[in-house]
Design a protein around this ligand. Structure first.
Ligand code: GTP
Ligand code: MG
Length: 693
């Protein structure tokens, strides 16, 4: 492949709801560019793009793919992404480095809530955006409805660049509005055909509208258009590119990727009209302590950002980067500002799904991959050490669901820890931590399907298959009443005996205080050296719990009296005495169970508010506030953590995938009495099962 300069690069990210045909478009693009000899089908598991076995088995895209190919004098980097919400991190990273998005819509389903979410992602980054209304051949196709919804979503700035000839069973082809040429598919290959009479008038009117739109971008162009009624190709191209780059214009394409109709025209316009990286500024970065956005220009300073890491059986880790500014040749040094380390760019590759094509150099705006880097993580910025530029971190959604991973041996645990940390380097939406209290490995991800895919990967790549469990709820215990009493430990077993005796007073403290210990002993009835032993015994007993084995908190313990023996008293004897006494006194202190309560903020389209709030109530949640913003509602609520297991899945099914939520720990509160017995019993059963293992 030739080396391409900035003006001839086009980085387009295909986004859209699951199953709308993104991968089929990418596949049709490769076939049209004669890089494959047949049109791959997702259903038949023979696509170049969804090459991973997990993708073939599930018939869906799981990770973003970069597809570099040459078209009309340009290098197109198409980025195919997964549509299923669990894998949104892949879409977020791909969009970050793209210079425009193409949102794919199913002409039978229109702007679904999932589609709107992707549209919002593009708007939030201020990137140029186009649409492809796909599946025009399907019986449910109604492209007019799709188009009017797109117009609504873009403040009426969406314009058809291609026009369909019929739809459903009557779908025969697509017309290029600018070129006034029509195309159909013959055995999957693109063939020209005459423009059908019944669409001619409409296409002419659209062409005039496009010319007027282009002419309106500047006065000289408008004057020329008014005088001659035409614009040159270059004038049209420049004006439309600028309009798209400024988000004044949202091109809309139509077609059937399944039949390979309309994809060639999308590629033509991407090459000829879509903005080159020159017209699209970089993400925000810090340069000389100032926030700025750079021009994507090869004569600018070296500035790269890593957006994706994959594991390759031959190469090890493969690092995908965008060269946002400057020029990079194989063998050049790069300074990883995020890690303060120099890295060398060895071989540079342009990627086409899993195929690597080596190139000697890359220019600003290009996306490429390299290997054998030592310090680089997703989001890291690389630059010249003497001219430091650090990009903002890539916006990834926060994990929404957690599970415990259970294995049965030390050896499996080692494999698990290693596998999970490797997977974490390739997926920033997959996290792990060890819960010290229960000695559990807890993983978090975007949803059940995400976790399921990760478990499969752990099995396939690292040979460990953990079971998924519900993470333990870190309940706590506390007391409601004051009480005091004696703890005494006396043992005479011939020779040296054991003697410890202490009087303890227990009293409740305000929620969140923790543990306090007071030495109220006077007159040396317990020698000073044994007071820490009493405290240690009490603390140990607090850890062991009283009702159900959970930590006892928000309690004050005072040792106020006792006795000792010159020979038999020891550190251990006082620890045991304190612990025994503590447990005895607890019975009179009205012990209760506390549970963690989380602040949960749910964002849903207004039509689902009723269902979501009812569901929150059934989860013992308390609504704190409701806010209305545009067509969504924000519900602020507090819900016990125990009721939030798999909440992301329920919320998604309740809201057709549109609802999102964030949560964080708020405080501990009393478990309602009718639930205590059940929790105590479950905990005891679990303990017994653990001991029997
Ligand atoms: N009839 C018809 N079917 C299509 C068309 N495009 C795609 N399909 C089918 O729709 C299904 C989903 O297509 P994909 O290309 O996998 O969709 P996707 O958007 O990549 O899906 P995800 O990767 O899950 O987000 C497959 O069965 C395709 O064969 C089309 O133009 N017409
Ligand atoms: Mg796909």
């Amino acid at each position: 492949m030739k080396v391409y300069k900035t003006e001839n690069l086009r980085n387009v990210c295909l986004l859209g709801d699951k199953g709308v045909g993104k991968t089929t478009i990418a596949e049709a693009a490769l076939f049209t560019a004669k890089l494959t000899t047949r049109l791959g089908k997702v259903d038949e598991g023979n696509t170049v793009v969804d090459y991973d076995q997990q993708e073939i088995d599930r018939k869906q895209t799981l990770t973003s793919k970069m597809l570099a190919f040459e078209w009309e004098g340009c290098k197109l980097n198409l980025l195919d992404t997964p549509g299923y919400a669990d894998f949104i991190g892949e879409s977020q990273a791909a969009l970050w480095v793209a210079d425009s998005a193409c949102i794919v819509i199913d002409a039978g389903r229109h702007m679904t809530i999932g589609t709107k979410k992707y549209k919002d992602l593009v708007s939030a980054l201020g990137k140029p955006c186009s649409f492809f209304i796909n599946r025009l051949d399907s019986t449910r196709a109604d492209w007019d409805t799709s188009l009017s919804q797109i117009k609504n979503a873009t403040n009426n700035r969406a314009v058809l660049f291609t026009y369909p000839c019929g739809q459903g069973e009557g779908f025969t082809g697509v017309v290029d509005v600018l070129e006034m040429k029509a195309y159909k598919a013959v055995d999957g290959a693109v063939a020209e055909m005459p423009i059908p009479d019944d669409v001619k008038d409409e296409v002419c009117a659209l062409r005039t509208f496009l010319l007027e739109t282009a002419a309106e971008t500047n006065e000289a162009l408008m004057n020329k258009y008014l005088e001659t009624g035409e614009l040159s190709r270059d004038e049209l191209k420049t004006a439309l590119s600028q309009g798209i780059a400024n988000r004044d214009l949202f091109p809309v394409f139509v077609g059937s990727a399944g039949q390979n109709v309309g994809v060639n025209l999308l590629l033509n316009h991407v090459a000829n009209v879509f903005p080159s990286p020159f017209l699209v500024p970089t993400p925000n970065c810090k340069k000389d302590d100032q926030d700025t956005r750079l021009k994507q220009d090869s004569s600018g300073p070296l500035a790269l950002q890593v957006f994706k890491i994959t594991a390759d059986p031959g190469l090890g880790e493969v690092f995908y980067m965008k060269l946002f500014s400057g020029h990079l040749a194989a063998g050049d040094d790069m300074y990883n500002i995020s890690k303060n380390a120099i890295e060398r760019a060895g071989h540079l590759f342009v990627m086409r799904a899993k195929d690597r094509i080596e190139v000697p150099e890359v220019f600003a705006g290009d996306i490429f991959a390299t290997a054998r880097l030592k310090t680089v993580a997703i989001g890291n910025s690389l630059c010249d050490k003497k001219n430091q530029i650090q990009f903002d971190p890539i916006n990834f959604s926060k994990p929404a669901i957690s599970f415990a991973l259970l294995v049965h041996s030390r050896q499996e645990q080692d494999k698990l820890s290693m596998g999970v940390s490797k997977l974490m380097t390739t997926d920033p939406t997959f996290r792990m931590h060890i819960d010290q209290e229960f000695a559990e490995t807890i993983v978090s991800g975007m949803g059940e399907q995400h976790i399921d895919v990760m478990i499969d990967r752990l099995h396939q790549r690292y040979g460990v298959k953990p079971e998924l469990g519900k993470p333990h709820i870190p309940y706590r215990e506390t007391i409601t009443k004051k009480a005091d009493g004696q703890g005494k430990y006396k043992k005479q077993t011939g020779g040296h005996g054991q003697y410890g005796d202490c009087w303890l007073k227990l009293e409740p403290l305000p929620r969140g205080t923790g543990f306090e210990f007071e030495d109220g002993v006077v007159g040396g009835v317990i020698p000073n050296k044994f007071i820490p032993s009493v405290e240690k015994g009490v603390r140990e007993a607090c850890k062991q719990g009283f009702l159900a084995g959970y930590h006892i908190e928000d309690i004050k313990v005072e040792v106020f009296d006792g006795s000792y023996h010159d020979v038999d008293s020891s550190d251990l004897a006082f620890q045991v005495a304190a612990s025994l006494g503590f447990k005895k006194i607890m019975e009179q202190c009205g012990p209760i169970l506390l549970e963690p309560i989380n602040n949960v903020e749910v964002v849903v389209p207004s039509e689902y508010v009723g269902d979501v709030t009812n569901d929150i109530s059934s989860r013992r949640g308390r609504i704190q506030a409701m806010e209305h913003e545009g067509d969504v509602d924000i519900i602020k609520t507090q819900v016990p953590e125990a009721e939030l297991y798999k909440y992301s899945t329920s919320l998604r099914s309740m809201t057709s995938g549109a609802g999102t939520y964030t949560m964080e720990f708020s405080h501990y509160d009393v478990v309602p009495p009718h639930l205590v017995a059940k929790i105590v019993e479950e905990t005891k059963k679990e303990k017994a099962a653990k001991e029997n293992k």
